[in-house]
Design a protein around this ligand. Structure first.
Ligand SMILES: Cc1cc2nc3c(=O)[nH]c(=O)nc-3n(C[C@H](O)[C@H](O)[C@H](O)COP(=O)(O)OP(=O)(O)OC[C@H]3O[C@@H](n4cnc5c(N)ncnc54)[C@H](O)[C@@H]3O)c2cc1C
Length: 399
């Protein structure tokens, strides 16, 4: 066991950091989290946690039982619609499958991002999370430690380990590499319709219990039922990086912006698909999607590492980002626990070796997820995107 407790900083309080925090806390290992938001953000869509991804990490954090109560395996259902509106696959109806009680977590049970975050926050002592602390820079400190400089001009000194879980535009990453994310070629509008059961029964019936997809050349529409009773819809385009700023749509007027976006870019789609976008009226956020290069890596540096999007930012088109983030957290957390609890030190391993070993596994794993995401993105945005997905579903389910 190290002679004095390690001083560990986690930067960010997203799913990656909170999973790591809950695993460290499960092993009684102290740490501090610094998060730029002033308070927890209870927003976001729904995330599917895979048996060998997020589910495994939650088991390691001792949160499996809670997950089984809060997740929605019944939402692991897809509907696929061709651009002209023809439904090619409907897992809610014609293509529904019987899923036995014992296999309901074998697929991809959904959990609202807000519910996952609340569960993880509940597993971490509140006093270990410092809200409203935006990291400006990490700099080498005394000996082999690091100091954290924050945007509010405060400093925290003397960390043996700084874990960058600060997402796409990680400040910790700049200590390891000059590489920055690049534009993926895809921009989208993210839309919400709240309380749909009461306000829009058609939308409930059309989207179904899970996800509804329509893929095609240069454009996709994706909608999800969220456990809080809302529907979240993404209408995505393959466009240049400057699109959101120079397409001429006034995003400050959501009603006319939505109408114009649909008329201009989805005008030839089936009426139901257009209605899905037009009737998601409660929120509109335009976003450009960025990614790190496939195969992104860095030279290991003792005392600093990255997990989650900071380590392998990718687009959401394979739905693996959060699973990858949680596996990182599990692998690093178990490595740190092994070191702190003494087992690894007996094998002559230092904290620097623990980090290097973690990164040696991380780089190919992150690369695999990033590659899968890139392949999926190209398939989704191809002329036969919907048809190809249905072929894969029929091959997988044998119908
Ligand atoms: C539109 C969209 C849909 C998605 N859908 C899915 C999906 O269906 N399935 C899936 O698996 N993944 C999905 N993802 C990806 C998923 O959201 C991410 O992979 C996941 O959130 C990564 O978690 P993280 O903790 O690494 O990063 P984040 O969730 O980005 O958290 C980083 C945290 O760090 C904080 N932070 C940032 N900078 C600083 C700083 N300087 N100082 C202190 N704190 C800082 C941020 O405020 C944030 O709380 C989607 C992403 C997008 C954009």
């Amino acid at each position: 066991m190290p002679s004095s407790p390690l001083k560990i900083a986690l930067i960010g309080a997203g799913p990656a950091a909170l999973t790591l925090a809950s695993i460290l806390h499960h092993h009684n290992i102290p740490f501090s989290i610094y998060e730029s938001s002033p308070s927890p953000r209870n927003q976001g869509g729904t995330l599917d946690l895979h048996p060998s991804g997020g589910q495994l990490a939650l088991r390691a954090a001792g949160l499996w039982e809670e997950f089984t109560k809060l997740s929605r395996p019944e939402s692991d259902v897809m509907k696929v619609v061709r651009r002209d509106g023809v439904v090619l696959w409907d897992g809610n109806g014609a293509d529904a499958r019987e899923v036995g009680e014992e296999e309901k977590f074998n697929g991809r049970p959904e959990i609202d991002r807000a519910v996952l975050m609340e569960m993880l926050l509940g597993a971490v002592p509140a006093e270990l999370i410092h809200w409203g602390k935006k990291l400006a820079e990490v700099v080498p400190g005394v000996g082999e430690t690091y100091d954290l400089h924050f945007a509010d001009s405060s400093t925290e000194r003397g960390f043996d380990l700084v874990v960058g879980a600060d997402g796409a535009w990680s400040k910790v990453r700049t200590l390891l590499t000059p590489t920055q994310p690049h534009y993926s070629g895809i921009s989208l509008i993210e839309l919400s319709a709240l309380d749909v059961a009461a306000t829009n029964p058609w939308l409930v019936q059309y989207v179904g219990r899970g996800s509804c997809f329509s893929f095609g050349e240069g454009r996709t529409i994706q909608a999800q039922r969220i456990g809080d009773g809302s529907v979240r819809t993404y209408a995505c385009l393959r466009v240049p990086e400057s699109f959101i700023h120079d397409c001429g749509i006034d995003w400050s007027k959501p009603d006319s912006a939505r109408q114009e976006y649909v008329e201009r870019y989805f005008g030839d789609c089936g009426d139901d698909l257009k209605r899905l976008v037009l009737e998601s009226r409660d929120q509109l956020i335009p976003r450009a999607l960025y990614q790190l290069p496939v195969g992104f890596c860095w030279d290991s540096r003792p005392g600093v590492t990255l997990i989650g999007d900071a380590a392998h930012l990718m687009t959401p088109f394979a739905g693996v980002g959060v699973n990858a983030a949680m596996v990182d957290a599990m692998e690093l957390g178990e490595g740190i626990a092994g070191f702190v609890e003494g087992g690894l030190e007996r094998e002559g391993k230092s904290l620097a070796t623990v980090i290097k070993d973690y990164e040696t596994e991380l780089f190919p794993r992150g690369g695999k997820f990033a590659q899968k995401t890139m392949v999926n993105m190209n398939k989704h945005f191809s002329a036969t995107g919907s048809e190809d997905l249905v072929k894969r579903l029929r091959a997988a389910y044998g119908n």
